[in-house]
Design a protein around this ligand. Sequence first.
Ligand SMILES: [Zn+2]
Length: 263
Amino acid sequence: MMTMKHIPVTFWAIVAAIFGLILGSFLNVVIYRIPNNLSLAKPRSFCPNCKTPIKAYDNIPIISWFILRGSCRNCKSSISFQYPLVELSTGALFFTIVYFIKPISVTPAICVLAAAIVSTSVIDLKYMKLPTKILYPTLILGGILLAVASYQTHDFKRMLTALIVGLIAAALLFLFFMILPPGSIGLGDVRLIAIQSFFLGWFGWKFAILGFALGIVVGGFLTLGLLAFGVKKMKDKIPFGPFLSIGALASAYMTLAFPVWVK
Ligand SMILES: [Zn+2]
């Protein structure tokens, strides 16, 4: 008899990839509407330029953008490459998360983290903010899925570690926020790191620290590079959320390289 256990991981990874592509399409809506305080529920997707509703057959992830060669069917104004890029990134992340990260029961939670990371990174780059309207639902949904993963693996110590690591990260970062000069660290970054630490803490506290450290290193080098080449000046604000997110995602994949750390 065919049971869930006999279905190869490749199948689940492909299902996750398709789901990721469709969700990526919705994330584009989130990226446009949340910072502009628009409703996610209605109206249906429309062209940002001429406001014409987008027909279902013109709203197929990635494919539609290429068929229409990156322009609106009605007004021909160009549609940003961000749209297929967000869809492709979400699909690719979902595929690799389900395919590589172990145990498979934790992968739905990590996919939720990845979706939050894609949407908040684009929003942070475009608007310099990390909306709580994305971060808090991520925390709640992620918390439920991590608890389910603990139940499935009969390992509630992981859930406890995740909670402790998340709380310590939140407390420490909030302390930094209070004592460091204003503008050094935003409250959005505090929330983002605490939530990422909570997810990574499920694998073990070392991964939370690794993710944070990688984010600081990547962000630090890129900031120095931007300053050195005169792209940014010292007084410019540089969004740090995307770097922290790259670090957190890299750390989740690092659980493969350091399985002994996964406690
Ligand atoms: Zn249009």
